[in-house]
Ligand binder design. Structure first.
Ligand SMILES: Cc1cc2nc3c(=O)[nH]c(=O)nc-3n(C[C@H](O)[C@H](O)[C@H](O)COP(=O)(O)OP(=O)(O)OC[C@H]3O[C@@H](n4cnc5c(N)ncnc54)[C@H](O)[C@@H]3O)c2cc1C
Length: 278
């Protein structure tokens, strides 16, 4: 941030877009926790979006809408967030960093780019959330989370306005983050959701991050569908799981260790599913 010469508070959304468009080296800033830590950053103009009323959390019509500048603490403390996916979104918020960071980090900042270590993308994926974005022409669009992350997050100048989370409480949901301490970088983040009817899995979502960019593992999801809860073929699922992820390098921990970890956390989630849907 050493090149920053202007720090601006737009009065409304359209002014934010104008301020962004008129300067080549602009960036939106929300919690600032990533921007402040970026050493190679040429940004000259910062446009603070935290006073635009984009932090509302609204429950209605089977979904909870969360404004992009809601902080992780605001989300964690919100009764509406507890309703999403039987509390899975709240759990994901709880496991992000530490209290001072959770007070600053925003939903929009957490999902704007493909930072593999961040906690919320996998839950957006397993909940089939939608990201609402406004482009520099003021046009709004709703993008399924899977497309948002597959496309690399926001494009230059796009502003995330909110995320729509389906409540989806009839499903089983689970979320795990493995790290040495809560504030340490995660080694693996995984979220799992399953719809169970008459003792069988009828639909499933499985998403991982850190070992790769946040992504759904569709081959495993397909292999889960149709399995009887009492007789889930965990060993064959583990074979599919292993071949569906190309684990990226991490200087702190080997690929083999993380492959093992993936299997262990996945097995635990399956056991929990079996216990909770008996
Ligand atoms: C020591 C440390 C530990 C951390 N640990 C974790 C962790 O365990 N789990 C975790 O999930 N995160 C963690 N984080 C936070 C994470 O790394 C990011 O810094 C954070 O998610 C960014 O959110 P922010 O609101 O601070 O975004 P900012 O830093 O303000 O912005 C980040 C980027 O997003 C863009 N942006 C922000 N809001 C919007 C919007 N509404 N629309 C479009 N673009 C936008 C900005 O222009 C910028 O490019 C940690 C951070 C630190 C410093």
């Amino acid at each position: 941030m050493k090149n920053v010469t202007e720090y601006l508070y737009p009065s409304d959304l359209s002014q934010a877009l104008i301020l962004y468009a008129e300067h080549e080296e602009s960036a939106y800033i929300a919690g600032g926790t990533h921007l402040a830590a970026e050493s190679r950053n040429n940004t000259k103009r910062l446009i603070d979006i935290t006073r635009l009323g984009l932090n509302e959390i609204i429950d209605g019509n089977g979904e909870v809408q969360v404004g992009a500048t809601a902080t992780i603490t605001e989300m964690y403390s919100s009764p509406e967030i507890s309703k999403v996916g039987n509390g899975v979104l709240k759990k994901a918020c709880q496991l992000i960093a530490d209290t001072p960071l959770r007070n600053a980090i925003t939903l929009g900042g957490n999902i704007s780019r493909l930072y593999t270590w961040v906690g919320l993308p996998v839950v957006l994926l397993t909940l089939d959330a939608e990201v609402e974005i406004m482009n520099l022409h003021g046009e709004r669009k709703r993008v399924p989370a899977a497309d948002h992350f597959a496309n690399g997050g926001v494009k230059d100048g796009d502003l995330i306005l909110k995320v729509r989370f389906p409540v989806r409480n009839a499903w089983f949901h689970s979320y795990e983050k493995f790290s040495l301490t809560t504030a340490d970088y995660t080694w693996l983040t995984i979220a799992f959701a399953a719809e169970v009817k008459d003792g069988k899995i009828t639909d499933a979502r499985l998403a991982v991050s850190r070992i790769t960019k946040a992504t759904r593992l569709k081959a495993v999801e397909n292999a889960l569908i149709g399995q009887e809860i009492a007789n889930i073929d965990v060993e064959s699922l583990l074979t599919v799981l292993e071949s569906s992820v190309d684990i990226v390098k991490d200087f702190r921990v080997s690929k083999e260790y993380r492959r093992q970890l993936l299997g262990v956390l996945f097995k635990r989630m399956i056991q929990k599913l079996q216990e909770e849907t008996k």
